[in-house]
Design a binder for this molecule. Structure first.
Ligand code: F6P
Length: 374
């Protein structure tokens, strides 16, 4: 019997998405596997995430050609080497009351003859997948992706490793100019309300101070830490600040008050405020750099290609097992799966007690000894 799977990518793009799509296609259409399980599968790529499933009119061939494309092994052969998503993405929420297109998505899944849908996304995209499954009985499975690494139930989300590498490389570049001019650089990284990217990017890059959303900070304390370092003979400073970090007693800094379809405002601007205040307090010449979408771009790292492969294969396994409403995951070194409900019910953020030292504004200095006994 010929059966069809739809695959889509939603939310912010990142490295590793194309690898996941490629391995959904290669696994589903593999003749050896088909001979084994007795069915032949086709894979249809849906353009621009949930937007494609809302916009497509299955009865109109032109619309179907615009919003979907048939994917086979030859089409996707080289995709894993490319960043971003060849299918395109959008931040579309069919369940936003202003849009109200959840049922239309379900109808179009049926209209396109899709037996199952693989949704590759973060918290927002996968919360739509969860509602399609829970409320409308759709056969959906998820693949985790986000440079924020803030989904619960998985130790890895696609795009994270490439973003960490970008932060490390960019900070390495800044060091030479910072050193030449005895300057303080405040580098703003993404991550929304989760500090993983700042914490691990900052640690990999060797930043002196790392500021995360999970621990509000005092500018005077940051100034003190930097002054101490200069007094010890260091010529320049690198501070990494997460876009969601807050100065004690103040709100997060937003680029604009506009909200997207999921109700999120775009964070951004804390590095500029902080650089100015630190310059005033320390007298060190300060600059700020916002790494912004550069963190989501570029060639996928080996880890993102590999994890895309493992996640793509596992997503097809879930479909073959008819184990819907689940997200493939990486936990304790193994590929596994968790319910979509669990993945999206709360954000996975930095546990300050375990991973962060609020006195140094940096990572913990003890891995094996519990903090209380130090
Ligand atoms: O969730 C991924 C992310 O890159 C966040 O880190 C960031 O806050 C947001 O997306 C930016 O969104 P946009 O691409 O819509 O500007």
């Amino acid at each position: 019997m010929l059966r069809r799977i739809g695959v889509l990518t939603g939310g912010g793009d990142c490295a590793g998405l194309n690898s996941a799509i490629k391995w959904v296609v290669k696994t589903a259409t593999d003749p050896q596997l088909s001979a084994h399980h007795g069915d032949t599968w086709e894979v249809v790529g849906i353009r621009e995430g949930w937007r494609g499933l809302i916009e497509v009119d299955p009865s109109d061939p032109e619309s179907v050609a615009k919003w979907t494309s048939n994917l086979d092994e030859l089409v996707v052969r080289t995709w894993d080497r490319q960043g971003g998503t060849v299918l395109g993405s959008s931040r579309t929420n069919p369940f936003n009351p202003k849009i109200g297109k959840g049922q239309q998505c379900a109808d179009n899944i049926a209209g396109l003859g899709l037996e199952a849908v693989v949704a590759i996304g973060g918290e927002d995209t996968l919360s739509v997948a969860h509602r399609l499954y829970r409320d409308l009985g759709q056969k959906v499975v998820g693949i985790p992706k986000t440079i924020d690494r803030d989904l619960s139930g998985t130790d890895y989300t696609l795009g994270y490793d490439t973003a960490l590498n970008v932060i490390t490389e960019e900070v390495d570049r800044l060091r030479t100019t910072a050193g030449s001019h005895n300057r303080l650089f405040v580098v703003e990284v993404m991550g929304r309300h989760a500090g993983w990217l700042a914490l691990e990017g900052g640690q990999a890059a060797g930043a002196h101070v790392i500021l995360i959303p999970e621990c509000a900070f005092e500018v005077s304390r940051v100034a003190e830490l930097l002054e101490r370092r200069r007094a010890a003979g260091v010529r320049y400073d690198i501070v990494i600040v997460s876009e969601g970090a807050k100065i004690k007693g103040r709100d997060e800094v937003y680029l604009s008050e506009k909200v997207d379809s999921f109700g999120h405002k775009v964070l951004g601007g804390i590095s500029e405020t902080l650089a100015k205040e630190l310059e005033n307090q320390t007298g060190f010449e300060a600059r700020h750099v916002v790494l912004s979408h550069i963190q989501r771009g570029g060639t996928p790292s080996a880890r993102d290609r590999l994890m895309g492969r493992h996640f793509g294969i596992a997503a097809v396994d879930l479909i073959l097992e008819q184990d819907y409403g689940r997200m493939v995951a990486y936990r304790d070194g193994q590929i596994t799966s968790v319910s979509l409900k669990r993945a999206v019910e709360r954000l996975y953020t930095v546990d300050v007690e375990r991973h962060y030292d609020p006195t140094r504004y940096n990572g913990q200095r003890s891995s094996l000894i519990p903090r209380k006994r130090q």
